[in-house]
Design a protein around this ligand. Structure first.
Ligand code: ARG
Length: 468
């Protein structure tokens, strides 16, 4: 049986006698992933056509046909009437080939002085800038949820942990504001990432720049870029902006995962610090009593994807010579996956936090365990002029003695305490009560309820000043 010759791609097939084999075609097609770029691709092409007209490469009639055609395509895609053809490789060629059907000869002038290499680099930057803005907004709304819980619980006693062992008393508000701080760094890291991304590659063409007299600065302005690239070879082969975003998203993922880990521990019956709302939990198909913190677990688990995507991108890029290499087409699947996961998990965590009901009584009870004010007792001795190292040793002995009697230090009488140091007097009781000792941490950054309240108020003000 005679095999039919494969059709050559009309957009680059001039020198080819036959088209790619079926497997090569499906293997190289990226349209399923990169069709997400259609809005920015069309926006970029419209602006580019306008600039070609300014440069007298195309005339007014061409421009009008191209614009009309592209706007029609925009609607077709938005309304799901567009016929995506995997044989046309990617989003760019699908749109260009449809434009040729609509606008004929004028459409064929659009790619003058432009390559898919500078086109995809431009599209991706435009797309990621928009997605960063969306994520910034979601971070802000998650932080507002945290602030609200922190405000309600700014003075609620909670054991602070190191090594997951009871360490010193803090307030729940203080702990929640630590989450807030982590997310504030994530917010500013994304702003920085966006700044470095805000450079337009268009006009770099395939790799060496363009001979046509296009006004790149004006084009950048039209597309909302603050700068234009200074080296065409770098511009078409640089994907640092994708790596940097993937890294910022991984750090967000790690923060969300750590927060979720605490929520999971706190909501266990052993801790019993929190009740989660039903809408973020699931039951067990065999154990009728179960209420599991699945959403928090899925955020914790899913974070691995953001790390895997970053690793994938780093290894994708590490051996590539300048300039464009087709390997780079793989970048999109990684970064789109990280973006979707980050967006969804930030929003979901907001719902988890809104519905959290702290068990204030249990948190407080645990502040009377674990010799939680031992450090305060050492501080007391220091205030009575004992060197800290010596005070540490004395309190260590007091702790050992209390534990041998299965007691907490505050349960030992003053007589017992004075056996270890004559510096201890009646006024020591204020140093043994967690409700009193937390009030002493009133330096900036400390857990004194008055200080926590101050931080909450200033966070509320600064979040209002944010653009996103
Ligand atoms: N789909 C390609 C990508 O995302 C577009 C650039 C292709 N350029 C080329 N010369 N084959 O990387």
């Amino acid at each position: 049986m005679a095999t039919m010759k494969k059709k050559v791609n009309p957009l680059w097939g001039g020198r080819f006698k036959t088209g790619a084999s079926d497997l090569a075609q499906s293997f190289s097609s990226s349209v399923d992933v990169d069709k997400n770029l259609f809005e920015v691709d069309i926006k970029g092409s419209i602006a580019y056509a306008e600039i070609l007209k300014e440069a007298k490469v195309i005339n007014a009639k061409d421009l009008s046909k191209i614009k009309k055609g592209l706007n029609k395509i925009l609607l077709e895609i938005r309304e799901d009437r567009f016929n995506w053809d995997p044989a046309l490789e990617d989003v760019h060629m699908n749109i260009e080939s449809r434009l040729a059907e609509i606008a004929g000869a004028s459409a064929k002038k659009l790619h003058t002085g432009r390559s898919r290499n500078d086109q995809v680099a431009t599209d991706l930057r435009l797309f990621l800038k928009i997605r960063i803005d969306e994520i910034l907004q979601t971070i802000t709304s998650l932080q507002k949820s945290i602030l609200e819980q922190a405000d309600k619980n700014y003075d609620v006693l909670l054991p602070g942990f190191t090594h997951l062992q009871i360490a010193q008393p803090v307030t729940l508000g203080h702990h929640l504001m630590a989450w807030y701080e982590m997310l504030s760094r994530d917010y500013s890291r994304l702003i920085d990432t966006k700044k470095r991304m805000d450079v337009m590659p268009l006009g770099s063409a395939a790799l060496s720049g363009t001979r046509f007299n296009i006004d790149r600065k004006f084009l950048a302005k039209k597309l909302g870029f603050s700068e234009i690239s200074r080296n065409s070879m770098d511009a078409v082969s640089d994907r640092d902006f994708v790596l940097e975003l993937a890294s910022s998203l991984s750090i967000i993922g790690i923060h969300l995962s750590r927060i979720c880990e605490e929520i999971i521990i706190w909501s266990s019956k052993q801790f019993d610090y929190l009740e989660l709302s039903d809408d973020v939990c699931t039951g067990s198909s065999i154990m009728p009593q179960k209420k599991n913190p699945d959403m928090a677990e899925l955020i914790r688990g899913g974070t691995s994807k953001t790390i895997a995507n970053l690793m994938g991108l780093l290894s994708l890029m590490k051996n590539l010579p300048l300039t464009y290499n087709r390997d780079m087409q793989e970048d999109k699947a990684y970064i789109f996956d990280s973006l979707d996961f980050s967006e969804n998990s930030l929003a979901l965590l907001g719902i988890v936090i809104d519905g959290m009901k702290p068990n204030v009584e249990k948190m407080k009870q645990d502040c009377f365990k674990g010799q939680i004010t031992a450090t305060d007792l050492a501080d007391y001795l220091v205030e009575k002029n004992m060197p800290f190292r010596q005070a540490h040793e004395v309190v260590g002995k007091i702790v050992a003695s209390a534990e041998s009697k299965d007691k907490q230090i505050y349960e030992l009488g003053i007589k017992d305490l004075r056996k270890f140091s004559k510096l201890i007097e009646e006024d020591v009781s204020a140093y043994l009560d967690p409700e009193i000792t937390i009030k002493s941490r009133k330096q900036t950054g400390g857990t004194a309820p008055s200080q926590v309240k101050k931080e909450i108020n200033s966070a509320k003000k600064s979040i209002l000043k944010r653009a996103l």
